[in-house]
Design a protein around this ligand. Structure first.
Ligand code: PRP
Ligand code: URA
Length: 208
């Protein structure tokens, strides 16, 4: 499938503010949510629609409605939580699953600590969300969990990515569409994205 780098000016402007180390926790959290809304608008562009009719006060109009596609949003805890409300703003009927993963600071490998998904997840189009795609270990593991439940239609939405993470997901899960607002330069020796924005979870929840 494909990589979509979303370069809408509003998105890029908001990205410039969250990258700034002086941005407050409150503003950072609000902007992550707004960026998620804008990214969701683009990532849902290919939802199928069906033509039907409604009576306006004047006449009959042929209209297009989303053709009953069921969606699920699955944030990777913790930082992915910051994107959920922004997506539900546009898709309020989506179900929400949670996958808890943290990156072991020494090995950089993802460690699972929680998983709770909607019962009918296999019938849904799933949007896995996480602000950061660094080595790609967490995203790859999350996609595999979801696939193990029988899901066939998965999209990955991350705000900032590193080339290494993109390659990893494309290699491990070539069937998954990836949406990002930026592909940054590289990872540093601690697995942080350069220039990136630091630790997204800490900046959303004010834990550092
Ligand atoms: C961050 C981020 C991703 C992961 C990306 O989470 O939110 O989940 O790292 O790194 P990777 O692509 O190398 O796997 P972290 O492990 O810091 O946990 P947190 O969200 O609880 O802070
Ligand atoms: N996780 C983050 O929160 N930031 C990075 O730069 C890499 C992984």
């Amino acid at each position: 499938m494909s990589l979509h780098v979303l370069d809408h000016p509003l998105l890029q402007h908001k990205l410039s503010i969250i990258r700034d180390k002086n941005t407050s926790v409150k503003e950072f959290r609000e902007l992550i949510s707004e960026i998620a809304t804008l990214m969701c608008y683009e990532a849902t562009r290919d939802l199928p629609v069906e033509v039907c009719e409604v009576e306006t006060p004047v006449s009959t109009a042929k209209v297009r409605k989303i053709a009953g596609k069921k969606l699920a949003v699955v944030p990777i805890l913790r930082a992915g939580l910051g994107m959920v409300d922004g997506i539900l703003t546009l898709v309020p009927s989506a179900k929400v699953g949670h996958i808890g993963l943290y990156r072991d600071p020494d090995t950089l490998e993802p460690v699972e600590y929680y998983c709770k998904l909607p019962k009918d997840i296999a019938d849904r189009e799933v949007y896995i969300v996480d602000p950061m795609l660094a080595t790609g270990g967490s995203a790859t593991a999350a996609i595999q969990f979801i696939k193990n439940y029988g899901c066939q239609h998965i999209k990955l939405m991350c705000i900032i990515s590193a080339p290494e993470g993109i390659s990893r997901v494309q290699t491990d899960h070539p069937d998954v569409d990836i949406f990002v607002a930026s592909v940054d330069e590289k990872l540093n020796s601690h697995g942080y994205i350069v220039p990136g924005l630091g630790d997204a979870g800490d900046r959303i929840f004010g834990t550092k």
